[in-house]
Design a protein around this ligand. Sequence first.
Ligand code: FAD
Length: 360
Amino acid sequence: MTAPDVAVIGGGIVGCALAAFLAEGGARVVLYEREAIAAGASGRNSGVVQHTLDAALSSLYEESLEHYRTLGHGFELPAEPAGLLLVSDHPETLEAPPAEFAELRPTFLEGAALKAAEPALADGLAAYRLETGHPVPPAAAASAFAASARAAGADLRIGAAAHVAIEDGRAAGVTVGGELHAAGAVVVAAGPWTPEAITGDAARRVPIAPLWGVVVELELAAPPRHVLEEAGIDVLTSEAGAPATLFSAVTARGISAVGSTFLPERPDPAALAPGVLARGARFLPGLTSGRVLGLRACARPSSADGRPMLGLLPGVEGLAVASGHGPWGITLGPASARLVADQLLGHPAEIPPALGAGRF
Ligand SMILES: Cc1cc2nc3c(=O)[nH]c(=O)nc-3n(C[C@H](O)[C@H](O)[C@H](O)COP(=O)(O)OP(=O)(O)OC[C@H]3O[C@@H](n4cnc5c(N)ncnc54)[C@H](O)[C@@H]3O)c2cc1C
């Protein structure tokens, strides 16, 4: 059998989009996923494609929206954004979004104006409304890109845990069950498990760690019209660290996803769900009478500086990384995957240094 041009490790949004773009670009691709497509955060997230308020990531957001508009395979991006309300129960501390994001038309709302825009909110809050936020079911993007990859000829091997095989300073392929599967190049898109899938010295240059989130799925009598987010999520992309819980609520197709925690260790979702709902009820009183449908727990792949790590890793020929999207993998994953696929296909490299895999 001829070795594939590229082996992809990981079947989340990033790995599936990579497999699709690589195969569409003419590469022979094998994707290895140890559990199931979208088994990690790509199947259990809050489900919103939104601006990240980080200028270094704006072009990835814009480009990903374009990919989603044409993706097909059952994926539907709402034509218009639902609007994002950055809410605070301490209105005096609520800061305006930076002026450079004026295209999101930030509008300050409080009192009757906020109630009119979002009747589901509690009294006494203030918010900035931003023109962004497209709710989608959590696994929809990864599943559609997996279908797109298969349609383009990629071979998706499910139930296969793979690790990078490095020989003489180059990626020779992957090992699966102790057996070498040769490949021309390897790209690791294994979410928070990316360093584990690389192993050895090269793994130490990929500082990506899990940040676990618990989300409660509910059916609400009067679900919010907007995507709701407690002001402060920007700290998640700063190096200062993350608070343990921040409220968010996203409603897609009648199901509201209320989150979330930010924890380094795998949590017990049932133990944390009451706290997530109690914090959420400060903003959305209707949560107390909602019907709980289920719990989601998953890990954000968080890099040391909060931004994705993309492209060839210096020091090991033919080894690339596509991970570290933290809380924004659904939002940014398609454009990130396109950048890495283009680099591996030999197209002119466009990966900005701030997102390059070799920056640590
Ligand atoms: C609670 C929560 C809510 C979120 N909400 C949003 C949101 O609303 N919008 C947004 O943009 N982002 C959101 N995110 C972030 C987003 O979900 C992630 O950034 C994104 O899913 C990461 O995708 P990924 O493909 O990099 O990794 P993952 O989804 O983790 O996929 C990695 C895959 O690799 C597989 N794997 C691991 N090791 C191996 C191996 N050795 N061999 C083979 N397979 C392996 C795993 O089984 C997994 O399927 C949220 C995250 C959390 C935790």
